[in-house]
Write a protein that binds this ligand. Structure first.
Ligand code: HEC
Length: 143
């Protein structure tokens, strides 16, 4: 009795995967990343007061966002043309691209794990995490 249900579930999964637009999906993840940075950035810069609960909530969101970066699904071969700023370098150096993405995941997890209670502790985990945005965009995102 369970087999047909499983077959339907698997069928739906594949249909969803096939229909999903990897360019739209990855841009949505990136947009969300930018949104979360609008909370964290000004706090790190001292332009907004440090609030541990606000920071923890944003770090939770950032970690969830980072961990759902499935490079194979979001940057499949052949998805480098169209309405995208993804640079051809991604597919020329997939290992280098994946390495920065993995570092971002690790840094986002570490920042959440640290649960910083003051500005100094927050800055110490925010800086390495945020540096990945620039280092990846510099090499792998078109202007
Ligand atoms: C491993 C590489 C990588 C990392 C790390 C990364 N990005 Fe990106 N980002 C990209 C690529 C590639 C694009 C272009 C995607 C496209 O247009 O298909 C992009 C696009 C964007 C966009 C534009 C989205 C749109 O089309 O509206 C924003 C905003 C953005 N990134 C923010 C961030 C922020 C903030 C961080 C760090 C917290 C970050 N990214 C980390 C690779 C990365």
């Amino acid at each position: 009795m369970r087999l047909p249900i499983l077959a339907i579930a698997v069928g739906t999964l594949f249909a969803t995967t096939a229909l999903a637009d990897p360019i739209e999906d990855r841009q949505a993840i990136m947009k969300e990343r930018g949104q979360i940075m609008r909370t964290l950035g000004p706090i790190a810069q001292g332009r907004q007061p440090f609030d541990a609960a606000t920071v923890l909530d944003a770090l939770e969101q950032m970690n969830a966002n980072a961990q759902k970066t499935d490079i194979a699904a979001l940057f499949p071969e052949g998805s480098g043309s169209g309405d995208t700023e993804a640079a051809p370098a991604i597919w020329e150096d997939m290992a280098g691209f994946t390495e920065i993405s993995d570092k971002f995941k690790a840094d986002a997890a570490a920042a959440l794990e640290a649960a910083p209670q003051d500005l100094e502790a927050f800055r110490a985990v925010f800086a390495p995490m945020a540096s990945n945005c620039g280092s990846c965009h510099e090499r792998f995102r078109l202007d």
